[in-house]
Design a protein around this ligand. Structure first.
Ligand code: SF4
Length: 332
């Protein structure tokens, strides 16, 4: 029996952090049991924002893939590959651009948001406007039935569904409409309380060793009203407690909440316990990662094999697309 197919991807922007683990990787690992999974390192997407400085992309592809493998993505069951090694993504993107109204792209919420947030880069480019369409092509070329995403990415899947409908109406049924598989959103703040992100410099990385995790957690911001050890605090406004919700069992969460409200524990006690649970969660990754990092050739082999497998699927889809659009010029 064929399993339904999913596709999901990550940009190669550097080593992965706890937000990637709880927001995607834990879910992807579990999905491997029920779906035929395609996981893509989207290097062209990295260029939509980092076009001026592409020199890190190669190393970042390696870092991301090492983290994927260490976190339990299994190349024997899933296809792990690099977007640009399957150039058919670009061909489909181009063809889809012919049928996509500009307004559909301009109203994608992340377009305006990111243009405003990332002031230091000029994002008034054609590539940046078109990146959700490239995402649609990434999904459609594998005829993915579903896409696991966080809530912030849901509008992109909605766009892909609209594009599928438009394509199928114009040229005949080629693509299934991909469903959104919403990943349960846990708030993962960084050490400064803002959303964890490499660009904020507030991230705890999957590869951080125990000492580094402790060092990063110790100065982490807490409930700002709890200035002294004797002041009771409010875990509901404390980013450390958000991390407890993601990594600690219920008994520890209760201990932290109660100790905080009564000033029975200090913030360093609270963070120490959090570090213990975080490191339990990271233990398997820490165990597997060094061997993978020591053999980059093997990691590239995984990506090269996966890209070949992905390309065979993409080529077959493009054959259908060209035929449907009457641009497959077979000799009579
Ligand atoms: S005791 Fe824990 S939950 Fe309370 S303010 Fe300190 S770090 Fe935050």
């Amino acid at each position: 029996m064929t399993r339904p197919r999913i596709l999901s991807g990550m940009r190669p922007t550097g080593p992965l952090h706890l937000g990637h683990l709880t927001g995607a990787l834990d879910n992807w690992r579990a999905l491997q049991d029920t779906y035929e999974c395609f996981f893509v390192v989207v290097d062209w997407h990295a260029l939509t924002t980092d076009y001026a400085n592409p020199s890190d992309v190669r190393q970042n592809i390696l870092e991301v893939t090492i983290d994927w493998l260490a976190a339990g993505l299994d190349p024997a069951r899933s296809t792990l590959f690099i977007q640009s090694l399957v150039p058919e993504h670009a061909e489909l993107h181009l063809l889809l651009s012919m049928i996509t109204p500009l307004g559909w792209l301009e109203r994608v919420p992340s377009f305006k948001e990111q243009q405003q947030q990332i002031q230091e880069k000029d994002l008034s480019t054609y590539g940046f406007l078109g990146y959700p369409l490239l995402q649609s092509a990434d999904i459609m070329i594998y005829k993915a039935n579903a896409v696991p995403v966080g809530e912030d990415q849901a509008p992109h899947i909605e766009l892909a569904r609209e594009i599928v409908r438009r394509f199928n109406n114009l040229y005949g049924e080629v693509f299934p409409e991909p469903q959104t598989l919403l990943t349960e959103a846990k708030r993962i703040p960084g050490t400064d309380g803002r959303k964890m992100s490499k660009s904020y410099g507030n991230a705890i990385y999957l590869k951080d060793d125990p000492e580094t995790v402790h060092q990063k957690l110790r100065p982490m911001v807490t409930d700002p009203a709890r200035k002294r050890r004797t002041d009771p605090g409010n875990p509901d406004v404390c980013p450390v407690f958000d991390l407890h919700k993601a990594f600690s069992p219920e008994a520890t969460r209760e201990w932290a909440a109660q100790g905080c409200r009564t000033a029975g524990i200090g913030c360093l006690d609270c963070k120490g316990k959090l570090a213990e649970h975080m490191l339990e969660k990271l233990a398997q990754i820490h165990e597997r990662r060094p061997a993978l990092a020591a053999r980059p050739d093997t990691v590239w082999d995984v990506l090269s094999e996966g890209s070949k497998r992905a390309r065979a699927v993409a080529e077959a889809t493009m054959d259908e697309v060209r035929a449907a659009m009457k641009i497959r010029y077979d000799r009579p």
